[in-house]
Design a protein around this ligand. Structure first.
Ligand code: FAD
Ligand code: EPU
Length: 349
């Protein structure tokens, strides 16, 4: 439904009974009672006091590349659409404040074009900048938390602006304070701190081979970006072609003793050191070993390119996708004793 003209107030656009199909990359045909798109962060307090929204449940949404709607949402979805990139001065670092509604991949490309290195391994990750701290987006050996100086947000419980420095964000693997308290803080901008001295981060499996393939012997930041982009394009299905939310499960962190026991039985299982005494296992390998790679049930499926990616071949409902994901989780648990946790936010699951 088109936005209700009478509901367009300064700084936000309100739509009643909004379709979400084009607002989630799994392309689930869900609806929200209300959708509020915020174009000016200063409008947030007024929006929260809107008579039709004051008592509604709230859900925060960016570009929907890490959510699964299992059912409709009977409340208001708040989505930051603010734009703007501001340079803040600093000699040792390039400090940049970025509005939540900027696309993450555009930002990575902009920083590289400006000669600021650091984010190149995080190229081609879909979604908005405001969502990046949420799960501390990471790829090819780098996580965004390393570069975050602060996160600016609106506290939806206390109705006031707040700022988190990096330590207060509590970043971990696919984790942060924001993820642990969903819908409490609406992130309005982030401030990045990119070191002026650059060291290539090319240890992740496949990156150096890809650089060689591209004919690069002394990589500059743009070469690393090109290598990562080409690996990602080869490995992951494109949401513009087939609905998906990237990795559907996190790589599980298990105690060292459990990893050792599993490796003794399955020497091919990819395993990396995790935080503390844990080991990180490849969820894709566990899922592929259970025979799910390429499986299709109706329009719900598991990608034949990457076993960690749940796909919508067309008209799968959120409930069908979630039922398949649960089957995968149960099969991995039964065979390996490892419980997989979804990476995306599952709404109504
Ligand atoms: P959404 O999906 O809209 O929301 C995700 C979560 O963030 C939700 O809990 C939502 O409530 C919350 N949120 C959104 N905006 C805000 C805000 N302004 N304030 C507070 N909370 C908010 N992720 C990786 O880490 N690494 C990858 O390599 C990677 N590859 C991907 C590849 C593909 C093909 C796809 C489809 C996804 C991939 N992802 C990856 C997941 C996804 O791109 C990231 O999680 C991204 O940050 C989500 O951004 P979004 O704007 O789409 O957020
Ligand atoms: N593998 C399989 N089968 C597959 C695919 C992979 O067995 O179908 C095994 C391979 O042995 C491979 C290993 O899994 O060596 C790791 O695969 P890959 O390099 O693709 O990484 P991943 O662990 O599957 C993680 C992130 C991705 C991120 C890449 C690169 C998680 C949950 N996923 O995937 O993030 O892009 O590493 O850093 O941590 C996302 O979060 O949505 C996402 C795509």
């Amino acid at each position: 439904m088109a936005p209700d003209e009478s509901a367009i107030a300064s700084g936000f656009i309100l739509t009643e009974n909004a379709t979400l199909r084009d607002r989630n990359t799994l392309r689930v045909d869900a609806r929200a009672a209300w959708l509020a798109e915020v174009h000016d962060a200063a409008a947030i307090p007024g929006l929260l006091e809107h008579p039709r929204l004051r008592d509604c449940p709230r859900l925060l949404l960016g570009e929907g590349s890490n959510v699964l709607f299992v059912r409709d949402f009977d409340g208001v979805i708040l989505s930051m659409k603010t734009r703007g990139v501001e340079r803040l001065d600093d000699d040792t670092y390039a400090r940049i404040r970025v509005a939540a509604g900027e696309r993450w991949d555009d930002l990575v490309r902009w920083t590289l074009a400006q000669g600021h290195a650091g984010l190149e391994n995080l190229i081609l990750i879909p979604g908005s900048t405001g969502a990046a701290p949420m799960q501390n987006i990471g790829a090819y050996g780098v996580e965004v938390g390393e570069f975050i100086e602060s996160v600016e947000a609106f506290d939806l419980g206390e109705h006031r602006e707040v700022q988190f420095d990096r330590a207060a964000c509590g970043f971990g693997y696919r984790d942060s304070i924001f993820k642990r308290h969903p819908d409490r803080w609406l992130i309005t901008s982030i401030t990045l701190r990119l070191p002026r001295e650059w060291t290539a981060r090319i240890e992740y499996a496949g990156v150096q081979d890809e650089l060689r393939r591209l004919g690069v012997s002394r990589p500059a930041p743009v070469h690393v970006a090109d290598a990562v982009a080409s690996l990602r394009t080869r490995k992951l299905p494109d949401p513009a072609v087939i609905g998906n939310a990237g990795s559907f499960f996190k790589n599980p962190l298990v105690p060292g003793w459990q990893a050792a026991a599993l490796l003794a039985e399955h020497p091919g299982l990819p395993c990396w050191p995790g935080a503390g005494n844990t080991s990180k296992l490849s969820a894709a390998w566990l899922i592929e070993s259970c025979g799910f790679k390429g499986l299709r049930e109706g329009d719900a499926g598991i990608s034949n390119r990457h076993a960690l990616v749940l796909v919508n071949h067309g008209n799968a409902s959120g409930a069908q996708l979630w039922a398949l994901a649960q089957r995968v989780r149960d099969a991995v648990h039964a065979r390996f004793g490892v419980l997989l946790e979804p990476e995306p936010r599952v709404i109504g699951g």
